[in-house]
Design a protein around this ligand. Structure first.
Ligand code: PRT
Ligand code: ZN
Length: 300
């Protein structure tokens, strides 16, 4: 491999909920890497791409300051840094490119179980504890509510019991942490997932090309995640119904079957998961010899 081309730097979370997903995504994009002894760096062996492993909260800043070209973090962190920054002002020198369909959670306002709640008007004049003051204040401004934001950096869920706040605004995925703290969700402030961001800075052409190539591969990985290749035999007379039942497929390939005038083979890529119910419905419509295969790679 050439050594003189500029190397792309991607910041991802060092150790947390997003780490495995990010490394898996980059591997699926074809990146082979070796990790440094201190585990702060992964060196790309077959592409000019290096990975910086950092705290998720530092990722937008590293990309905005052009230390890294790309970064992957939760939209909750990305929007918070964009709206509120990290003490040194809001960060704006980066662009959100796309969501990555992992790390799903939501930033919610939660109320103690025994507190009455009648819509956002109930928040007026109340204290809300959060580590997302930027995203929360945008929500309050959009809703036309004035409330006091109490900045909490960790264990937000205990704020009401400590008498420090009336409500909390925190991340939720299953909701069991809220339930364990006698809290219930009352408003969704932000739906979040991991997303990829890119610096606004002008980059050399080689880097831009690699970014485009990587984004195209990410697109391919996203598409195949749910996609299946389905093969089946079908009566010619039921082709319209069978094509309709194939989930998210474009025009299927129809092939003749040796010695069978009435039946054909149908091959199709389904861009949605194929469930047992789908196969049962296809069988009902006359399909037989059904095979569902995972799709390894896809390029439009
Ligand atoms: O060390 P570093 O700063 O990098 O990590 P971190 O501790 O700040 O982040 P981490 O690894 O906990 O989460 C990284 C990202 O994962 C977040 O910024 C979100 O985008 C996303 N994510 C997805 C979540 C959750 N799901 C989640 N459930 N982040 C946090 N939680 C918390 C939630 O607030 C609750 O306290 O996990 C707890 C369990 O949630 P329930 O609802 O399932 O009980
Ligand atoms: Zn963090």
């Amino acid at each position: 491999m050439q050594t003189d081309i500029p190397r792309l730097k991607i910041a991802i979370q060092k150790s947390g909920r997003l780490t495995e997903h990010c490394l898996d995504l980059l591997s699926r994009c074809g990146l082979k890497y070796t990790q440094s002894k201190d585990q702060l760096f992964c060196f790309g062996e077959n592409m000019p791409i290096d990975i910086l492993l950092v705290r998720d909260d530092d990722i937008p800043g590293l990309v905005a300051d052009d230390v890294c070209d790309l970064g992957i973090a939760g939209l909750n962190v990305i929007h918070e840094k964009r709206l509120h920054g990290d003490g040194n002002g809001a960060l704006s020198n980066f662009e959100i490119i796309r969501g990555l369909d992992f790390g799903h959670c939501r930033l919610c306002i939660a109320a103690p179980d025994d507190m009455a709640y009648e819509g956002t008007a109930s928040l007026a004049g109340q204290r809300i504890a959060t580590s997302y003051p930027g995203v929360l204040s945008r929500f309050l401004a959009e809703t036309g509510i004035t409330a006091e934001i109490v900045h909490f950096s960790g264990a937000v869920e205990i704020a009401p019991r400590l008498g420090r706040a009336d409500f909390i605004c925190d991340l939720v995925s299953t909701g069991s942490t809220l339930a364990a703290n006698q809290l219930r969700e009352v408003e969704t402030v932000l739906e979040s997932e991991a997303a990829i961001i890119r610096t606004d800075a002008e980059l050399p052409a080689e880097k831009t090309e690699w970014i485009e190539r990587l984004l195209m591969r990410i697109e391919g990985v996203q598409q195949v995640r749910e996609s299946k290749y389905i093969m089946l035999h079908a009566p010619r007379s039921a082709l319209a119904e069978i094509t309709r039942l194939l989930p998210g497929s474009e025009a299927p390939t129809i092939l003749p079957l040796e010695g069978r005038e009435d039946r054909v083979a149908v091959h199709a890529v389904c861009r949605e998961n194929v469930f047992w119910e789908t196969l049962e419905n296809l069988k009902e419509a006359g399909a037989s010899a059904m095979l569902v295969l995972p799709v390894e790679k896809m390029l439009a």
